[in-house]
Design a protein around this ligand. Structure first.
Ligand SMILES: C[S@@+](CC[C@H](N)C(=O)[O-])C[C@H]1O[C@@H](n2cnc3c(N)ncnc32)[C@H](O)[C@@H]1O
Length: 268
């Protein structure tokens, strides 16, 4: 496995994904009953944006670093930016030097009775996760394949919650694995919220794969996308998407105007 998220932390795709995750968690928190947040591909807890990997690609420059100085009246954007300020380090007022992973974001907003299960296959980010959450009884970290490992957690005891599926798409058979995973997971937990991140390179390819993935779903789903670049250049990351199955009420309405504003901010 070659993928290392440290090269991409804080990029525009991370920002959009984390806003959608936060929006879903906030909607789950509208009820007092606890929820479970499960990740199949957790990555590390934090990423040093001044480190070798992030500096090499500079992807956070057109991501998290871009949006501080803009005006964001939307409650979920204020919530997200306040959270990043709270959990990150800043070397300058508007420059984030350490950006959190999705697991750290979810753990930060959890209430006393919610639970977080993080699975990661690569040893380095897993060790970082384990160290970071050591002693936190509400967060469990597992060094395992998140597709196979999830079986043990579905359905969760809480019977409410979110599963984030955020694979690196480096394997030829990733979409096939995703489909098999979803079929298994929805059979076990038909009412769970499942959010699948996907990269938008060539539009035709992504639409084809998503159509196959969602073809026989009996659950409702939405595709939330933020596309800063025209999707006519297939080898670059033109946009980013989240396919949310069993989306919470009004999620798309909340995200749509933000996706458009972010796309303009991140666009060339
Ligand atoms: C896109 S990154 C995750 C980023 C993270 N979810 C976030 O938003 O901050 C994908 C992660 O999946 C891990 N990974 C790859 N294949 C995996 C598998 N089969 N099971 C669990 N983790 C896997 C990689 O090591 C990498 O850390």
């Amino acid at each position: 496995m070659n993928y290392d998220h440290a090269y991409h932390a804080g990029c525009f795709a991370d920002v959009f994904k984390h806003i959608v995750v936060l929006a879903i968690l906030r909607k789950l928190q509208k009820k007092s009953t606890p929820y479970c947040y499960l990740e199949t591909h957790a990555g590390g807890p934090y990423y040093d944006l001044r480190g070798f990997e992030a500096s090499k690609t500079g992807e956070a420059i057109n991501g998290i670093q871009k949006i501080w100085t803009l005006d964001w009246p939307e409650p979920i954007m204020q919530d997200y930016l306040a959270l990043i300020r709270q959990v990150s380090h800043f070397n300058k007022p508007n420059a984030c030097s350490v950006y959190p992973g999705s697991g750290a974001i979810a753990a930060e907003v959890m209430r006393y009775n919610d639970r977080c299960v993080l699975q990661e296959l690569a040893i380095n980010p897993f060790i970082q996760l384990e160290r970071f959450f050591e002693g936190n009884k509400r967060v469990a970290c597992y060094h395992q394949d998140g597709y196979a490992g999830s079986k043990a957690f579905l359905p969760p005891l809480e019977k409410r919650g979110l599963v984030l599926i955020d694979p690196p798409y480096e394997e030829v058979h990733e979409w096939k694995k995703l489909k098999e995973y979803l079929t298994m997971a929805l059979k076990r937990w038909p009412t769970g919220i499942f959010a699948i991140w996907y990269p938008i390179k060539d539009r035709w390819g992504i639409d084809k794969n998503l159509s196959k993935l969602t073809a026989d779903l009996s659950q409702p789903f939405v595709r939330l996308e933020c596309c800063p670049l025209l999707d006519d250049v297939p080898y670059r990351l033109n946009g980013t998407g989240m396919c949310v199955i069993n989306p919470p009420w009004l999620l798309a309405e909340e995200i749509r105007p933000i996706a458009n504003k972010l796309a303009k901010a991140f666009g060339e």
